[in-house]
Design a protein around this ligand. Sequence first.
Ligand code: FAD
Ligand code: SF4
Ligand code: SF4
Ligand code: SF4
Length: 377
Amino acid sequence: MTEERIRSFDNLMSEVISAGICGKCGGCVSVCSANMIRALKLDENGFPTYAEKDRCLECGLCYIICPQTHCVRDEVRARFKWEPPIGYYSDVISAQSTDREILDVATDGGVVTALLVHMLESGFIDGAVVSISRDGFGREPSVAVTREELISAAGSHFGELPHLEELGDRYTNYVSAVRYATRAAPRKLNRLAVVGTPCQITAIRNMQALAMMPSDIMTFTIGLFCMQCFDLRKLLEKDFLSRRNISLDDILGMNIKDEFILTLQSGINVRIPMREIEEIARPACLKCQDFANDFADISVGGLGSPDKHTTVMIRTLKGKMMIADALAGGLIRKTGEGSSEKAGPGHSGMVSLVKEFAERKKARGARYRSTPGGKND
Ligand SMILES: Cc1cc2nc3c(=O)[nH]c(=O)nc-3n(C[C@H](O)[C@H](O)[C@H](O)COP(=O)(O)OP(=O)(O)OC[C@H]3O[C@@H](n4cnc5c(N)ncnc54)[C@H](O)[C@@H]3O)c2cc1C
Ligand code: SF4
Ligand code: SF4
Ligand code: SF4
């Protein structure tokens, strides 16, 4: 009988990072830090690396929770009643925040921010891991604990965010529940919502399947649909904008739905087909095959809904209760069942579009994975 060797960070380096499929979710660093081992850190490009190799216990936790190793995929799929191609969902709605302040700054219908504010104000969460603006279009992860902080984090920009590393850093100081309680209790951050891309939410679900810190405090997950991330520097380096006669200063906002949409200061929306933004994607995103955030409590995107509306896939009982509560309280309103031009009318049109994009991303991922080379940036 052959004994299965525990795989450690060395294996992550060869099988994931060097193979160009590391999405920089930060999960490995977060788990190692939260368990007080601290063998890992993120390098200047956001990739995990050894902080102190001697500290590595070869425990294998980082390898197991990595969304690219699929070690606990079957357990997570079973837990979330997963079925292809977009996972289990009990309902899909198109909705909008009823708060003008939120709607004005939101990427789509502001459902994410409205729900986070509601959960915070009703005491369901103590805060939320979101991303805040930095240097114009740049973003950085942050834990928002007030309505104002949540609203200032609304909107989407498409940089790279090691959310889970941020959490790990915040929670590296505890090893036991008692120690954790004494340190975290004064800040009242025992229950957090996390907004994340599929790679980040999968890492959290992998940790939760194994009851690993710091996932115990991640009470609610809002999963963004995700076709790709990109580094804004690539917009400039690759002349992506200048070829379209746009300068960075012209851009007011960005959004990804069925197309990449640049909103200019003049009010004009420039729509760029998905295929054309592959050139600025991170290599790992081109190999990624997850679109619909299959394991979140709710998954959200603009795809399938008209402008300034959010498509919401309700997946878990917790997700269902939160949405029902927000609807009943008048914080969000249901605005039909997918009436965008592309989706066609009705619930089934919206679902078909999400399935179509999920299949497209899968096929793209398979195509890039079979291409030789394609190392990480
Ligand atoms: C990288 C990325 C790719 C996406 N790709 C698609 C796509 O292909 N198709 C599609 O339909 N929708 C996509 N979305 C989702 C879409 O852009 C909206 O975020 C979503 O519809 C929610 O809109 P809202 O108005 O309800 O959210 P808002 O109320 O505006 O709140 C958005 C929340 O997301 C947080 N956030 C912003 N950027 C990030 C980030 N990089 N990582 C984690 N959290 C973040 C903000 O802090 C805020 O809390 C993508 C989002 C991101 C960040
Ligand atoms: S100690 Fe464990 S979690 Fe940390 S790097 Fe080593 S194998 Fe990974
Ligand atoms: S995908 Fe996430 S968990 Fe896996 S190696 Fe990269 S940062 Fe670590
Ligand atoms: S495409 Fe989205 S889910 Fe996939 S690695 Fe990139 S950011 Fe993560």
